[in-house]
Every structure is written in C-alpha cells, then in structure tokens.
Design a binder for this molecule. Sequence first.
Ligand code: HEM
Length: 469
Amino acid sequence: RSSTTKGGAPTVPSLLPWIGNTIQYTKDPAKFMNECRERYGSVFKMVLGGKSFTVVSDARGLDSIFRDRHRAFNVHPAHLRIAKAVGGVKRADEVVHIISDRLFPLVTRELGREGMNKFIPSFNADLLSLVEAMAARVRNSSHGAPIPLMPFIGKSLYHAINMAAYGPLYPFESYDDFEVCDFDLILLLSRIPFLSRRVVQSQQRIIRSLGDYIDRAWSGGQLEGASVLTSEVVSILKDSNLDDPDVAGAVFTFTWGMLSNPIRITYWLMVFILNDAMATTRIREEVDRELRDHFGGDLKQMLAAPFTDVETRFPLLESAVHETMRMGILQTALREAHADTEIYTNSGMMQVQKGDLLMTNIYPVHMDPETFSDPETFRPDRFLDEKTRAHMGFGGGRHLCKGKLFALHVVKMLVILCFGMFDMELVDASGKSAVGNIPPADPRRSVSVLRPCSGQTLYAHAKMRDLKG
Ligand code: HEM
C-alpha cells in the first residue's frame, strides 16, 4: 500500500513516524531503494531519521534536478550531513557555507586543466615509488607475489594523493583510521551507540593527528610543503574563527572527499578488468602502444609529461573507468528546495515544495537496458562509442564534480603503472583463480559507491614484465 502526497509521489509506508524507513534503508540502501522503485515507481518518498526524502530514479528527473533551471535547490543538507558525520564538525552550518562558497571555487581552479600541471607531479612521483616498492617484492619472488587489491590501492592512493595535497609532513600513518572511517561511514552517519564506538575512536584519532599536522606545518600563513589548494583551504578555515578541532574536522571532511571515491572506483576497475581476459589483453595492449608511441616506452617519461599530453591518451582505459562508474555508483546527490519549484520526470511535471529534500538515485538509470544495452555486463569500450549517452557518475549541472579531471587521472595512473609493470591474474586468498567469481559488494557499506566486504579482498597475482624492447 502507498499513500499519495501533495507532490504526487507515493510515500513508502512505515509504522514508526520518526524512524520511518531508516532501519530497512541502513541494512542495504541499494536493495531497499530498488524494491521501493519497483513497487512505487521511479519517484517516491521515504522517511530517514525523521526527514522525508523524495527519491528520484529516472533520467529526466535526474537531469531536471542537476540542471536546476530555476536555481531553486541548494546542496547544503548533503554537506552538512558529511561535515557532521565525517569531520565531527560542531559548527557545521558555518562550515557548509565556507565549503560551497570558498573551497569549491578553489578546487575548480587548482584541479582544472591548468592547475593540474602543478598538482600532479608530486602525486605521479609518489605513486611511482609506491608501485616500484611493490615491484621490488614481486621481483624477489621467482613465482611472483599476490598483491592484495583493496589494501594496495587504498594505501597507495592515500599516500600519493595526500602527498600531492599536503606534502611530506602529512601523518601518513593515519591510513588505518581513514580506512575504518570509510568502511564504517554508515555508522558515522547513523551514530548508533556502542556499534559506532570503534569508528568514532578512529575518527577522533585522525582528526587529532590532522590538527597536530596543521600546527606543525603552519608557518608564514601557509602549510609547509603543501599544495596551493590545501594551503588555501586551511588558511580560509583558520580565518573563519572556527575552533581548532572544527578546522581539523573540516580538513578531514575535505580529505575524505578527495580519497574515498577514487579508491573505490580504482578497486572495481582493476577487478572488472582482471575478471575479463579480453579486457585485460586490450588494456595491456593499449598501455604498451600509448607508452611506446608517445612516451618512448617509458613510464617515467609519461609521468613527467604535462597533464594535457596524458589526458587524452589511453582512451580505452578512460572508457573503462566511465563504465566502472556506471556500474558502481548508487546514489549521488541530495538537494534542498529553498523555494517552491517543479521538476520534470519521465511521468511529467512534479511540484516541489520549499524545504523538500530530493535524493538522486542514479543506479537504475545506469542499469536501464534502453539506454545501456546489456547493462549488467562490464564493457570496457562502452564509452568509446556511447559518449553521447554519458553516465551521471560525476553528477551534472552547476554541481558537477570539481575534482573530475584529477579523479580520472589518479584512477588511470595506478592502472597504467600496474599494467605497465606487472602481468596480473585475479586470485582469491588461497591463491585460486577468482575469475568469474567476484565476491559481491558489502550492501551495508555501499552508501554511494559500491564498497567490497572486509576480509574478502581479492588479490592480483603479479609477475614482472619487461616493457622496453
Ligand atoms: C571517482 C571519483 C569521484 C566521484 C565518483 C565523484 C563524484 C561526485 C559527484 C556525483 C558529485 C556531485 C554531487 C552533487 O551533485 O551534489 C561530486 C561533487 C564534487 N566533487 Fe567529486 N567525485 C570524485 C572525485 C573527486 C575528487 C578527487 C575531488 C577532489 C577534491 C572531488 C571534488 C568534488 C567537489 C568539490 C564537488 C562539489 C561540487 C559542487 O557542489 O559544486 N571529487 N563529485
């Protein structure tokens, strides 16, 4: 049964008014939303934590929300939720305004095409040294060595991205705490007593160590050794009269935003490619060909090249990243209407009242066979010829992801380095081939992007390759 609301969208029934659908949603957000969509249609209302959300899951509706023709939506509730949950920020209302009015324009400038040339050299150099360290291990063993995919990808990107952003004084040993926070994000969001204890401890430890880092590195109005982007972010936060834990918490929120999605997407990309013999061969051939034709067959030469010389190379790999985003991203955006307005969905115009909260559920759109044929299958070349049917994994309109260029770069670079240096085979913990047998994502941890289960990590059994010649 469903009831119809003023806005015309059916409401998912619940017995407890405040808790609403929170329990079912928290158990498996994607499954719950999918069941609701099948039952109530592509636009429905549900209640989470006392608030009513209108979930929109059709292409026209999402486009209408992202375009926001009447400029009637703001993104504050999403940032408020993340700043409170991830950064433990107390004056989150103020931080939210600082984030959207001052920090996002900085990200646009510093991670745009020009800014990337300054931002990526230290990322590239650090990533190379991390993959070379792994190569030294692989080389030492005559039968090759298993690379645990999630820890390797997580630690490498955590190190290299933070090196680019914060420089060598960053507390890199905080990776384990970051990992706990990212893994148990849903507990940080829900703050269920007792269950959240471990994750809250990790969160507080990492915020404290970021606070110590800022004290240590802050000198002459900037962060020693850090990028212009991060130095200015910290400078703006410090000038805003927030107390120190809120500054460190806001910095952690920013750091988490830079890292979580790229790590998850790189993991699934590696798994999807290695799970498919043809994809593995084609990606390896492309890596070899592009390196040979444009960078003298030398990974170091590619890593030293200007961003725009590398950006358009490796088109098949780029398409595979987009394909991974199509298959791995669930919901992306939250909007609050600050005026009465309307959106257009596949079933027509829908009134939106001031104060309504809208959630974009893009997964069903990405899995619609009318738009993406054979949607359950990973087709690495799909976005080579379906560019016009672009996915919505980076959002759209005014709030399109400001770190898009950087995100695509980091994901591609790690895959290129791995395919350039190693021959890899997907195996499980016992060393048996895992091809065709990928463990499913962890439903409770897959809040926005699929996240693998803990303890079920896959391995790439790696042997060295010789690129030159
Ligand atoms: C594969 C990795 C990534 C994915 C899938 C992703 C996805 C998204 C999505 C869907 C949005 C739109 C949210 C909305 O409409 O409210 C967004 C916004 C944003 N992203 Fe990313 N992102 C990624 C990486 C990054 C990175 C590395 C940064 C670097 C700082 C970044 C910075 C931002 C910023 C600043 C916004 C806010 C834009 C605004 O509201 O104006 N993202 N991202």
